[in-house]
Design a protein around this ligand. Structure first.
Ligand SMILES: Cc1cc2nc3c(=O)[nH]c(=O)nc-3n(C[C@H](O)[C@H](O)[C@H](O)COP(=O)(O)OP(=O)(O)OC[C@H]3O[C@@H](n4cnc5c(N)ncnc54)[C@H](O)[C@@H]3O)c2cc1C
Length: 483
């Protein structure tokens, strides 16, 4: 039995069903995908959450494990550039891609001295990628000893300092340092605090590309749903689990909203790991700090904006202050940094009217900040539209009057629709003391047949992280069952 049909629940369910287990995935929402849901209205299609596909081989391996070919199920397109990084009030921008000479030129706009250290950065971050992602990301850290055994290698690689400090060893110019150091934000990490393990994110994008799934990430979710059914699994939507039922140190089943009890030989929770502990198991709240939240504005426009790339990042003048405000001071910043997804740049059919289906993402404090989201949502909409329209921002002149469809998600949606504690956007913050052994383990420490999949467990959030974690969890289950 799997609770939740997010990426983690689907991937773990597929792997288990492909090994012959009888798998049922219970999803509280009417649709599958969790954070990777879709809004489809008035001719516009938006991915609610994830939009960048990285490490496509992780997806290929998942399909192969179920006897199918990813590329028969979805069409992936390599983006070039991966994204444009623009800075508020500046005309220079950085087109990020995987081509060495193009990257040297982009860095050289800001500093030729930094460009000369590009290869050094790649070599150092490759070493981290190989250790931290390829080795540690595929192992469970059930014992403290497993974590301690990894520490000397991580220290040697400089992977335990912050991402910003690691990047700063190679790139000293402010724009270049930000361009190579912002990647932890993709998984809710503060680049000034998370360990340089996450410097591997820039490296793996450069080496393996940033991809787009035709139809959006939700098309991938639908393909995963079909894959699960093809290997014999079932998905029950509109099924909310209220309680995980235990007898001694064993799970015996789950109780649904409405009281029905379903028996299970084992349970994998893809629900928020903290909510699983408190609401489903009745335990005290684990001492895990949630990531930031997201304010998401979805705009269907009547016309297109060719000045946008598929992905565009606009960095504010006080980037560090903005991140500290959002993550530590828990307040809205005067300065904002924002990300815009414009899939119709690559696939015009995502906005059938010849316009754009823009998803605008602003990191915001999570619900612990106690903000009134009714008022805040209105205020942020205005600030975002000002910034997008302004020549000092993205210069999307006339955007307001071009909007034909609009929707927004706030941290309240993450809490109320997905059960995300504190309305977090990316599960538990990926700081060192909440990583590996210190994160919610892939197998529960008290209940022997209760497991976890999703961004809250090891190795963490992001599509590749969640899929690698689902593999770790399913391997543990197979080994516990002697398969
Ligand atoms: C705005 C945003 C942008 C992102 N961008 C990217 C990106 O570009 N690239 C990338 O790789 N990653 C990105 N991510 C991260 C990635 O989307 C997530 O890490 C991943 O989708 C999380 O999957 P999951 O399985 O952990 O959980 P979820 O997607 O949250 O799924 C959990 C599921 O469990 C269900 N559930 C919860 N409680 C219950 C219950 N009691 N009973 C039944 N069902 C329940 C929920 O309804 C939900 O469907 C982004 C995330 C966000 C929020």
């Amino acid at each position: 039995m799997v609770i939740g049909a997010g990426l983690g629940g689907l991937a773990c369910g597929i792997r288990l069903a492909a090994r012959g287990l009888d798998v049922t995935v219970l999803e509280q929402e009417a649709v599958i995908g969790g954070r990777a849901a879709q809004i489809r209205e008035a001719g516009y299609t938006f991915d609610v959450g994830p939009s960048l596909i990285t490490m496509p081989w992780v997806l290929e391996e998942l399909f192969t494990a179920a006897g199918q070919d990813l590329h028969q199920a979805v069409r992936l397109r390599l983006l070039d550039p991966f994204y444009r990084i623009a800075w508020h009030g500046e005309s220079r921008s950085f087109l990020f891609n995987g081509d060495r000479s193009a990257m040297l030129e982009q860095i050289g706009q800001f500093s030729w001295a930094d460009a000369a250290r590009y290869d050094g950065f790649l070599a150092a971050s490759r070493a981290i990628y190989e250790q931290a992602i390829l080795v540690a990301g595929r192992r469970s850290f059930l014992r403290l000893a497993d974590f301690l055994a990894l520490v000397p290698a991580m220290l040697r690689l400089g992977a335990l300092r912050s991402v910003d400090a690691f990047v700063g060893r190679f790139f000293q110019e402010r724009h270049v340092r930000q361009a190579f150091g912002f990647h932890p934000l993709f998984i809710g990490g503060d680049p000034f605090r998370v360990p340089a393990v996450y410097a591997a994110l820039a490296y793996l994008q450069i080496e393996q590309g940033v991809w787009y799934v035709e139809g959006g990430v939700h098309a991938l979710i639908q393909a995963l749903g079909s894959l699960l059914r093809a290997v014999g699994g079932r998905i029950e939507t509109g099924s909310r689990v209220m309680r995980i039922l235990t007898a001694g140190n064993r799970v015996r089943g789950v109780q649904l909203e409405g009281g029905e009890e379903l028996a299970a030989d084992l349970v994998v929770s893809n629900a928020d790991a903290v909510t699983t502990a408190t609401d489903l198991l009745g335990r005290p709240r684990p001492r895990l700090r949630s990531t930031m939240g997201c304010y998401l504005l979805y705009l269907g426009t009547r016309r297109s904006y060719p000045q946008l790339q598929h992905h565009t990042l606009l960095v504010g003048a006080d980037y560090r202050g903005f991140i500290t405000d959002v993550t530590r001071r828990e307040r809205l910043s005067d300065d904002i940094s924002v990300y815009v997804h414009a899939p119709a740049r690559t696939e015009p059919g995502m906005a059938t009217t010849g316009g754009e289906s823009l998803a605008v993402l602003l990191p915001v404090p999570n619900l612990r900040a106690g903000m009134d989201w009714q008022c805040t949502s209105t205020e942020l909409r205005e600030r975002l539209l000002n910034e997008l329209e302004s020549p000092a921002g993205l210069g999307l002149t006339g955007l307001r009057s071009d909007i034909a469809f609009e929707a927004a998600w706030t941290p309240l949606d993450f809490r109320d629709r997905l059960g995300a504690v504190d309305g977090n956007a990316f599960a538990a913050e990926p700081i060192l003391r909440q990583s590996a052994y210190f994160r919610t383990p892939n197998r529960d420490r008290q209940v022997s047949n209760l497991y976890y999949a999703g961004g809250g467990t090891h190795p963490g959030a992001g599509i590749p992280g969640v899929l690698l974690g689902a593999e770790v969890t399913s391997n543990l289950i197979n080994s516990d069952l002697g398969l």
